[in-house]
Design a protein around this ligand. Structure first.
Ligand SMILES: [Zn+2]
Length: 232
């Protein structure tokens, strides 16, 4: 497959969406320097669109995004893809329902990752979005498939769309890139509030059945009818 084969309207739309979504990482203070990335699967094709490596968020544009196959090999783009591309690609290969992946080192969530501690569910907003605790994944070195394997092993069969990779940071998944960005924003919000709660005292639990009903309502009922979940 050559670059020319992937220059169509669907890929162009995703280049624009992925470039724009990186602005949300900056807006919500989830990233420092160039450390953080968003990718999107091209629906129905074995392709993903991802941030180039080491480029300032101010300099990202649809044209600078990189198109790779699901082995992380560049198909179209002038720049090298994010150094986390192998992890994103592994997730897309293993989890066909996933359409977007985000990685950040956002401060509060990564503090929990540094402690190797899952974020327990003591907030209704966490029950809504994550359906329980936000789990910790294994320690894994960058390069190869270890990070991707850790993400998939932790999130498969789990309600949480976010995993705290031990000593590293956050990976989130979603049905599309926007949903994965939302999960990254909410993960940091919950991590900060739970840090404050721990500092203030002893957080009180939510009964498991209430966590279940909150999650079910939010995922299935909340928002404008016909709109993607969680957009309102
Ligand atoms: Zn990282």
């Amino acid at each position: 497959m050559s670059g020319r084969d992937v220059r169509d309207a669907a890929v162009a739309r995703l280049r624009e969406q992925v470039a724009t979504l990186h602005g949300e990482l900056v807006r919500y203070n989830l990233v420092a320097w160039t450390a953080g990335n968003v990718s999107a699967r091209v629906p129905g094709r074995d392709l993903l669109v991802i941030k180039p490596s080491g480029v300032s968020y101010d300099d990202l544009s649809p044209d600078t995004m990189v198109v790779c196959d699901l082995d992380g090999v560049v198909v179209d783009g002038d720049l090298s893809p994010s150094s986390d591309t192998a992890a994103h690609a592994y997730v897309y290969r293993a989890m066909p329902e996933v359409g977007g992946v985000v990685h950040t080192h956002s401060g509060y969530a990564t503090a929990w990752a540094a402690c190797g501690e899952a974020i327990p569910c003591h907030l209704t907003a966490q029950a809504d979005e994550f359906g329980g605790e936000i789990p910790v994944g294994p320690f894994a070195l960058i390069g190869g498939d270890d990070i991707g394997k850790g993400i998939v092993a932790t999130l498969s069969g789990h309600r949480s769309p976010a995993v705290l990779m031990r000593n590293h940071g956050v990976f989130t998944i979603g049905r599309d890139a926007r949903a994965a960005v939302k999960a990254a924003v909410m993960c940091e919000d919950v991590a900060r509030t739970m840090y404050l709660a721990r500092t203030l005292g002893r957080p009180v639990p939510i009964a498991a059945e209430h966590v279940d009903s909150l999650h079910d309502r939010y995922q299935n009922v909340y928002g404008q009818s016909g709109a993607p979940v969680g957009t309102a």
